[in-house]
Structures are given as C-alpha cells and as structure tokens.
Design a protein around this ligand. Structure first.
Ligand code: BGC
Length: 365
C-alpha cells in the first residue's frame, strides 16, 4: 500500500511505474484500479485525490470534448490528435506527440464505473463530479463504436470486447447513480444498451467473448473484466469466456494476456491473476481466488514490489524477451496497477490485514 501512496503525485495522479522510463504518466485505466485498491485498503484520501485529478483533466478539456462530440454527431471524424489520450503527465497535461499508442477509450468508462463505486462506498456528494461525468458520458456515447487501441495499447483497427465492456459499465453506472441527468443520461443509457447488444451480436465466438469483434477465434484475459467488475456478461456467456481463458491463458496460478503475446517474451501478469481471482471471489470460488492471491504474493520482490509481468517462469515467446530488455530495461517494477489489483483481491477475500500488503509493504494508511 505505501508503494502506491509514496509515488502518488501531489496533484493526485499515479505514475504507472515510477522507475520505468516510459511509464511516468498517469493512465485513466491503471489509475482507476489503483484508486479502487487504495480505497478498499483505507486510503480514501488517495482515491479521492485521484478522482479529483481525473475530474480536473476532463473539465479542463471541456471545449475539446464538445468539439469531438459535435464532429462525431454530425458524421465526421475527429483529427487524430484531437482524441483524448490514454495517459497524461502527473500534473494533468497532455504529453505532446510522443508517438505513444494513446487513443484508447476504455479508461474513461473504467473511471466512471469506479468513481461511482467510490462515491457509493462513502455516500459522498456527487456534485463535484457532475460536469466531468457529463463530459465523459458524452464522449463515450458519441465514440464507443470507433476502433481504438486496447488495454495493451495494440490493434487499433479493432473494436475490443473489453474496451466496450468498460465503456458500457461506465455509462450504465453514471446513469444508475444519477451522476448524469437529462439528455446526457438518455444518450448514455441508449449507448450502454447498444454497446451490450453489439458485443453480444458481434463479439462472441464459439460461445465466449472474443478478443475483438468479428475477429478470428481468440480470447484475451482482459475479457475477464467484462465479467468482473463490469458485469456485461453473465450466465453461459460468462462461463464459457472464463473457461476459454482458463484453458488457454491460465498457467500455475499466473495468467497470460493472449496466446500470441510477445511483449517481454509474453510472461504472466499479476494484474490479470488478480482480475481472475476477483471474479472467482465474487462467484464463490474462494479456493481458486486464494490460489491467485498466493501466486501474486510469490511475485513480490524482496523490497515488497510487484512487477508488470513475472520475470521468471514460462514465457509464450521467450526468443522475444531480449529485444524489450535492450529497448527499455527490466520490466516495469513496481507497477502500481499490480499493487492496486492485489489490494482489491485481498479485500475481496477479506484478508487485507494478513497479506503482504499489511506486512512487507506496510499499511501506509
Ligand atoms: C500496458 C497497458 C498499461 C501501461 C501502463 C502498458 O504496457 O499494455 O495496459 O496501461 O503499460 O501500465
């Protein structure tokens, strides 16, 4: 926990990884999950500071967002550099054109969903977030069907099941919580319904959610988010998606991203082990959830840090590891998203106090 608090910027932004050259930025996706983990572990102020940071990022770009929405509503295409990025500097500025794979929609939906979770948990006044939520909803309601980079900042020509699940969940949460009203609420509700219908119509292969809509049969562990926490898929669709991920991507407690992964040789990700464990815990499979927790705990360094992916063990494409080591050095450690997800899973299991979070990394709150 103190890893998260120690590195949070005074502005509220969380760096994805404080020591990794290209991760010194605050992503909406990573940050929303980090804040959720911090909040569950009792660091309410840290979570609130991140949500405030997101709200400021959005309201400072109100004009740009209105322009994108107007363009989309009139059938046009926003200029490439106009889309909101996936990440900002810790102070909340655009980073400029660094060539990062920035056009990703999921972070805005994830933020809305977990902001509502935070506000509900604390019975907090939603008023300070209404304008930012309105902007995020208008943005997603107008843009959700546009192909963009996925969780892994890849495959920008596709519409991805988990990006759509995040957008749907964020829109639905904002409406259900009364965070947005009037025409915005109506547009958000309609878009959420259309997204869910589109995913069920075009995003299913062999009975499971597919990596992308209309693509060849393939799963990606990020699709688990459509089950938990986004709850777009339930019943048989959820069961078959889970079964496909377990069959293709679960290995000794750790979870790969997708079979063709070559990033750092394609190792297993603590973030994904926690996502799977979170789903197990929510659906009553406690022993399986505990197994994920234990696997994550086996990945802590002696200093109490979690990496982006397990540096040891089986890789999907071992011959591709060296090129990334040469390019960026050892894989990102600590990855704050890994820490946030670990806290979420520990909380789901009711063991926050007895975990590595409570000992090696200190309670911090
Ligand atoms: C991952 C993203 C993540 C970013 C920062 C990238 O390598 O693909 O999912 O948001 O790192 O952690």
């Amino acid at each position: 926990m103190d890893v998260i608090l120690r590195h949070q910027h005074p502005s509220g932004g969380y760096p994805a990884c404080p020591t990794f050259e290209v991760y010194g930025y605050s992503w909406f996706r990573d940050g929303a999950f980090i804040a959720e983990g911090a909040d569950r572990a009792g660091a309410t102020d840290s979570a609130r500071a991140f949500h405030d940071w997101c709200a400021r990022v959005l309201t400072a770009r109100a004009e740009r967002i209105e322009r994108i929405v107007d363009t989309l509503r009139s059938g046009g295409t926003p200029a490439a550099g106009d889309w909101l990025p996936a990440r900002y500097t810790l102070e909340g500025a655009d980073e400029g054109d660094t060539g990062w794979w920035n056009f990703q929609l999921d972070g805005y939906g994830t933020w809305l969903h977990l902001l509502v979770t935070h506000l509900r948990r604390h019975s907090a006044d939603p008023a300070p977030f209404r304008e930012a939520a309105r902007l995020a909803c208008e943005y997603l309601a107008a843009s959700w069907n546009t192909p963009c980079f996925d969780w892994w900042e890849e495959d920008s020509e596709q519409r991805h099941g988990n990006t759509l699940a995040a957008s749907e969940a964020g829109l639905r949460a904002a409406v259900d919580a009364g965070l947005v009203e009037g025409d915005t609420a109506e547009r958000a509700r309609d878009a959420a319904e259309e997204i869910a219908a589109t995913v069920r119509r075009e995003g299913v292969r062999d009975g499971h959610l597919n990596k992308w809509l209309g693509g060849p049969d393939a799963v990606d562990s990020s699709l688990l988010s459509a089950l938990t926490p986004f709850e777009l898929a339930d019943g048989e669709l959820a069961e078959r998606t889970l079964a496909a991920v377990e069959r293709d991507l679960l290995h000794e407690g750790g979870v790969y991203r997708y079979r063709a992964d070559t990033f750092y040789g394609g190792g297993r990700w603590p973030v994904l082990a926690a996502l799977l464990g979170w789903h197990y815990a929510r659906t009553g499979r406690r022993a399986d959830a505990e197994r994920q927790l234990r696997w994550i705990e086996s990945q802590f360094t002696a200093e109490g840090l979690l990496p982006e992916q397990a540096p040891e063990g089986l890789r999907l494409a071992p011959e591709r590891e060296q090129e990334w080591l040469d390019r960026w050095g050892p894989n990102a450690t600590p990855l704050l998203w890994s820490h946030g997800m670990y806290l979420i899973l520990a909380d789901e299991l009711g063991v926050l106090d007895g975990t590595v979070a409570g000992s090696v990394a200190g309670s911090g709150s």
